[in-house]
Design a binder for this molecule. Structure first.
Ligand code: SF4
Length: 465
C-alpha cells in the first residue's frame, strides 16, 4: 500500500485543490499520512502571493526531501507555475506541475517511479481557456466545505502576481458545481464556501449564466443550509447579484469585499476597478438587504506613493464603512509586478507605523460589530473541539452544567462570528442554536439552546421545539 503526504500553503483555492488531488490518490489505493512522517510520495501545493510564499515553499520542499530521500516529490501550485526552473534546481524534486494539469499527477508519479527522471509539466497558463477538471465530495478535516467554482483573474492589479500564476478567468461548468454541491450535502456538509481566485467573476466567460444564476440554483440543493461567498470584488456587486442575494435564503450574511486602499489616488495606481464612493455605495446596497451583515476586507498599507494624507483619508474611509474585521497587510514588493518598479516606495518604518494604526482600528471595529450581537441567539456550525476541554460538563435544559461526555466546541455563525460552546462531539458539523452570553478574545462564548435536526430545532433534552 503506497502512502502519500500533502502540504498546502496559501489560500482556500489551494486547500480545495489539495483535497481534490488527494481524492485521485485515494481512488488509486494510496493511504494518506502526515507530512511529518515517511511517505512514498510528497505533494507540496505552493503559494507565490509574496516572496515569503516562495521562500516558505522551498523550505517545505526541502523538508520532504530530507524526510524520505527515496520518495517521489511533486511540487504544484502558484510558485511552481511561475518558477519551475528554480524548483527543479532543488536536488530531489521529481515533478513540477503548475496550476493546470494536476489531473495527470498520478500518471507522472508512476512514470517517475519507473524512470527516476524529473518531469517539468508546467504549461503556459496564459494560454489556458479551460477550467481544470478537479473535483471533491468530502474533506479530510473540514466541516465547512470549500467549493471551487472559478479560476484565474483578468484584472492585473499592479501589486498582484496571481493572474500570472493562475491565468485568465475561467468558470467551472454550472452542472459540475451543482453536482458537487449535492454530493457535499449528501455527505453531511451543511455549509459550502464558494471559492475561486475571482469568485465574483463567475460566469463572465459563460453564455447567459452568472453568479446570480448559480446562487439561485445552489439554494435549491437539498440538505444545504448555508452558502458563503469567500470573496467578491466591489465592482462585481451588480443589480443582478444583489437581486440574487435577496432571493437566496441560505446566503450567509458575510461579505468579504477587498478594498485594498481607502484613497482614490492609491486605488488608481493599484489599477482597482472602483472608486471609494462606488465601493461605499455597493456596501450600502448590500446592507439594505442584510442590515446585520459582516463586511470584512483586505487592506494594503504603504503602497508606493501613499502619502500620510492618503493614508489618513483611507483610515477615515475604513472607519466610516464600519467593517466587522480588517485583514491588514503591509505592501510587499513583488518582482514581476508593475508596482514593484514604482520609484516612490514607502519607507519600511513608515509602513510599519501605518499597519499598527490600522490594526488598532481593526480591534475597535471588531468590538463594535460584535457588541451588537451580545445576548442574541445565532445558529453556529461547530467545526471542531476547542483547545481546552472541561471534563464533566453536560447540557441540562439548554444550560451547560458540569458532567461526563461533554466537550468544548468552536464554530462560526453565518455572519462570521466565532463562538465557543459546551456540547457533544456529535454536534460537530451540525446546526446548533446558541445564545451569545459573553464576549471573548476571539468572539463569543455561549449557551447551546438546541440542535437543528433536518432543520427542525431539537432541544438537547426535550426534543423538537
Ligand atoms: S483582482 Fe487583483 S488582487 Fe485579486 S487576484 Fe485579481 S489581480 Fe490579484
Amino acid at each position: 500500500m503506497s502512502t502519500v503526504a500533502f502540504y498546502t500553503l496559501g489560500c482556500k483555492v489551494n486547500a480545495y485543490e489539495t483535497e481534490a488531488i488527494w481524492h485521485m490518490f485515494e481512488k488509486a489505493g494510496y493511504t494518506r499520512v502526515d507530512f511529518e512522517s515517511d511517505a512514498d510520495v510528497y505533494v507540496i501545493n505552493t503559494c507565490t502571493v509574496t516572496h515569503t510564499g516562495d521562500k516558505k515553499s522551498r523550505q517545505i520542499i526541502r523538508r520532504a526531501i530530507r524526510q524520505n530521500p527515496d520518495a517521489v516529490v511533486a511540487v504544484t501550485g502558484c510558485y511552481a507555475q511561475t518558477s519551475p526552473a528554480e524548483i527543479l534546481n532543488i536536488p530531489g524534486v521529481d515533478i513540477v506541475v503548475g496550476t493546470q494539469g494536476r489531473d495527470r499527477l498520478l500518471a507522472y508519479v508512476e512514470e517517475v517511479k519507473r524512470t527516476r527522471e524529473p518531469i517539468n509539466a508546467v504549461t503556459n497558463i496564459m494560454k489556458t481557456r479551460t477550467y481544470e477538471p478537479l473535483s471533491i465530495d468530502k474533506y479530510t478535516e473540514r466541516t465547512r466545505a470549500f467549493l471551487k467554482i472559478q479560476e484565474g483573474c483578468n484584472n492585473f492589479c499592479t501589486f498582484c502576481m496571481i493572474p500570472w500564476a493562475k491565468g485568465l478567468s475561467r468558470s467551472r461548468r454550472p452542472e459540475d458545481v451543482l453536482a458537487e454541491a449535492r454530493r457535499l450535502a449528501q455527505n453531511g456538509y451543511k455549509e459550502i464556501v464558494l471559492t475561486g481566485i475571482h469568485t465574483g467573476g463567475y460566469g463572465e466567460d459563460l453564455e447567459g449564466y452568472a453568479l446570480a444564476d448559480l446562487l439561485r440554483d445552489l439554494s435549491r440543493v437539498e440538505g444545504l443550509a448555508r452558502i458563503r461567498i469567500s470573496s467578491i470584488e466591489a465592482s462585481q456587486i451588480t443589480d443582478a447579484v444583489l437581486e440574487a442575494f435577496a432571493a437566496t435564503d441560505k446566503l450567509c450574511r458575510h461579505f468579504h469585499v477587498p478594498l485594498q486602499a481607502g484613497s482614490d489616488p492609491v486605488l488608481k495606481r493599484m489599477r482597482r476597478k472602483y472608486t471609494t464612493s462606488e465601493y461605499a455605495r455597493n456596501i450600502e446596497r448590500v446592507r439594505q438587504i442584510f442590515p446585520d451583515a459582516a463586511i470584512t476586507t483586505d487592506l494594503i498599507v504603504g503602497f508606493p506613493g501613499e502619502t500620510e494624507e492618503m493614508f489618513l483619508d483611507g483610515y477615515r474611509f475604513v472607519e466610516a464603512i464600519g467593517f466587522s474585521e480588517l485583514h491588514v497587510f503591509p505592501y510587499s514588493r513583488r518582482a514581476g509586478t508593475p508596482a514593484a518598479r514604482y520609484t516612490d516606495q514607502v519607507d519600511e518604518d513608515v509602513k510599519r507605523g501605518r499597519v499598527l494604526q490600522m490594526l488598532g482600528l481593526n480591534e475597535q471595529l471588531k468590538r463594535r460589530y460584535r457588541k451588537r450581537f451580545l445576548g442574541s441567539v445565532l445558529t453556529v456550525i461547530p467545526e471542531a473541539r476547542a483547545t481546552e476541554e472541561r471534563p464533566g460538563t453536560t447540557v441540562e435544559n439548554g444550560k451547560a452544567e458540569a458532567g461526563e461526555g461533554s466537550v468544548l466546541l468552536s464554530g462560526l455563525s453565518d455572519n462570521y462570528l466565532r463562538v465557543r460552546l459546551t456540547g457533544k462531539n456529535e454536534w460537530i458539523g451540525e446546526l446548533v442554536d446558541v445564545r451569545l452570553d459573553e464576549l471573548t478574545e476571539e468572539g463569543f462564548s455561549g449557551t447551546p439552546l438546541g440542535v437543528h435536526d433536518g432543520f427542525v430545532l431539537v432541544d438537547a433534552k426535550q426534543g423538537a421545539l
